[in-house]
Design a protein around this ligand. Structure first.
Ligand code: HEM
Length: 145
């Protein structure tokens, strides 16, 4: 159980970089589309897919971590670390996953490229703000260290 926790915590840390870099790439692509006339192609679909799938995987790993982390026990004696981590991080990130998924799904249903870009940009921006705000940047930036 302990090894699973250490592995998943490192994996969650590693996947954070896929989320942050993949999200930044998707956001730049859709922002460019909002402000120019560039067409929506498979490149945008691919970026949207990478961002959305990495978010959902992170959500799953996060939920398992929630059940394994010693921070729950620590929260009793160190309320700040535990509570911040377990309540604010999890709830804000769940909202970020919803925002990212909305951006991708609504863009897919838009009738033209303008609509796709506008919808994806709006919701990816919301997701990005949540992710940047709720990521515990004070913890190790390097997985498994
Ligand atoms: C979707 C975007 C998410 C990102 C980018 C993210 C990022 C991170 C990062 C960077 C850490 C620090 C890992 C370390 O100390 O090495 C962390 C810890 C943690 N995350 Fe997330 N997370 C996300 C979603 C979630 C969700 C949805 C949950 C729960 C439902 C969750 C639960 C946790 C828990 C419990 C920890 C603490 C692990 C521990 O130190 O024991 N995360 N997260």
């Amino acid at each position: 159980m302990d090894m699973l926790y250490v592995f998943l915590k490192g994996f969650h840390n590693l996947l954070r970089w896929v989320v942050v870099l993949g999200g930044a790439y998707a956001l730049v692509l859709v922002a460019r589309g909002v402000f120019t006339r560039v067409a929506w192609t498979g490149v945008q679909d691919g970026a949207a897919r990478i961002f959305t799938i990495s978010m959902h995987t992170q959500l799953l790993v996060g939920i398992v971590l929630y059940g394994l982390t010693p921070l729950i026990a620590a929260g009793i004696t160190a309320p700040l670390t535990g509570r911040l981590m377990l309540i604010e991080h999890a709830t804000t990130m769940i909202l970020a996953v919803v925002a990212a998924q909305l951006g991708t799904s609504l863009a897919r249903r838009a009738k033209d490229d303008r609509g796709k870009y506008r919808r994806a940009f709006t919701w990816y921006l919301v997701a990005a703000v949540f992710i940047l705000w709720a990521t515990p940047w004070g913890k190790s930036l390097i997985p498994w260290t």
